[in-house]
Design a protein. Structure first.
Lengths: 298, 298
């Protein structure tokens, strides 16, 4: 039964390829001195991955009648921000992970100094990419930048990462775990969806509904991530499993046990799909993405 | 003679105080969990300093008829970016400096992990501050964000820092030294000036003239910085002197000798002042700032 379900739910690879091509096209090619910083940025940006967040931006824009092609700069900016956060997370001073997406982490290949700076450069380049190439009403562009800046700041991702660090090795309650994950992973996923909707001129109300969807989607994504770190396969994931447990990280399986965590992931995915009912548009692609998140193996 | 000159040239402390108050006012006060990240950001942001870059933004805006008060969010964003870059520069993996502005560096007090993240958060917060509080035509706001994003990215500061790292311990030629300093220090100083002019609705031509001024100003600033690292006083500077030499950094005194470097700083300050002649407005405050940069003791 589960196998059948998996076969039916496919990832929107057409959108992923569109993102992949756009990332290659937008990547700075003119000024490339000093080469090593561009190599480091490129290494982390082009080491595979599902491109989940930019794909979400594309799908969200499409739901509100905007072509995927018209939001590619903003979508790629979201991936820049995600990639910067992975590079910094992997640093010895933070999670000390040596592998990422089946490749050596940025600092392993380029050294800690270059890795820190490659992350910094990708974060700044994300905003530059939007201001230089994203088409749209300037007021919408400002709104999009605000969404992504907020999600990347201490109001978003950074506080999730810090809460994660200070909770490591401690027994955390459900509300701390919720804070960590809604901030560390959830905010950028939510922003990715909102950015697509904003650029597609969705109404305030529609954006709010989409945010509820993306909130549950982000939760389903993170719980599944935690589960895969326990039961996933190294070859499929491209990184070591069991890292959370070795590092005594606060996780859903750690706090609730594996079975309960699985239930919670399914429930979050279901609630994401339910939220879409309030939208009049064809939201089947977003519903399918939520189901994919729950059944994914990497 | 020199002493007399120094007494005549004063720093625009009224503007510095305006920046100081605005920084305190804008600093996130609502969401302050986890406290440690805000403490780390606050520590580095409020450890004194001349507030040179945001003061430059205020003066540039004023030259083109815009009140200082009207560009404070953008000016403070410039200081956030500058502060983020100092926190990351000081990290053990990069310059490994333990003191900054007479205080322990961020990572000494809060650890490397929190320092990396505090820098990240300040960079993102800079863009959030502009989108949430800077008034002006949305198209101007987008332009301002583009300026600062470009200056902070590998197109600007980051490549200067990387060139600095890869040149350390080597004998560098004048053009590499020029690359390092126009990127590492120069670009953000130039952007600080441009941002003020853009928000004050200066013409393209006026912005270009101001950019020439700011280019020379940045050079004068950096050469003087290098000189002060050789001849400055620890108590006045608030950091150890001789760090460049110990770290075998590429510097103007190192490449050209102290006397020639002093001449070059004076020449750069003179050329900054000369550039202002092409503007019709009253540019005396900017001229005075260029002279201050050359005679400053910290």
């Amino acid at each position: 039964m589960k196998k059948v379900l998996r076969e039916r739910i496919t990832y929107p690879d057409d959108k992923r390829l569109l993102v992949e091509e756009a990332l290659a096209y937008y990547f700075p090619s003119g000024e490339t001195y000093p080469q090593v910083i561009y190599e480091a940025m490129r290494h982390s940006l082009f080491s595979g991955g599902k491109r989940f967040r930019p794909v979400l931006t594309l799908l969200s824009a499409e739901v509100f009648g905007c072509e995927s092609e018209d939001v590619l700069p903003a979508a790629c900016a979201v991936e820049y921000i995600h990639t910067y956060s992975l590079i910094h997370d992997d640093l010895p001073a933070i999670d000390d992970d040596e592998m990422r997406r089946g490749q050596p982490a940025c600092h392993i290949l380029f050294g800690e100094d270059i890795a820190i700076l490659a992350g910094d450069a990708l974060l700044a380049e994300a905003f530059y990419l939007i201001t230089s190439l994203q088409k749209g009403e300037p007021s919408k562009i400002v709104q999009v930048i605000g969404e992504l800046a907020e999600a990347s700041s201490a109001r978003g991702m950074v506080s999730g990462q810090v809460a994660d660090i200070i909770s490591t090795g401690k027994r955390v309650d459900a509300s701390t775990l919720d804070f960590i994950h809604t901030h560390k992973t959830g905010r950028l996923i939510q922003a990715a969806a909102r950015v697509g909707a904003i650029l597609a001129n969705a109404s305030e109300e529609e954006i709010e509904i989409l945010s509820v969807y993306a909130h549950h989607l982000g939760l389903a994504f993170q719980i599944t991530d935690d589960i895969l770190d326990v039961v996933g396969q190294v070859e499929v994931l491209g990184k070591k499993v069991g890292a959370d447990q070795r590092q005594l990280k606060a996780t859903f399986p750690g706090t609730f046990g594996l079975n309960k965590a699985r239930e919670m992931a399914k429930e979050a995915a279901d609630r994401a799909v339910e939220a879409l009912d309030k939208l009049k548009a064809d939201t089947s692609s977003l519903a399918s993405l939520a189901r994919f998140v729950y059944v994914r193996e990497k």
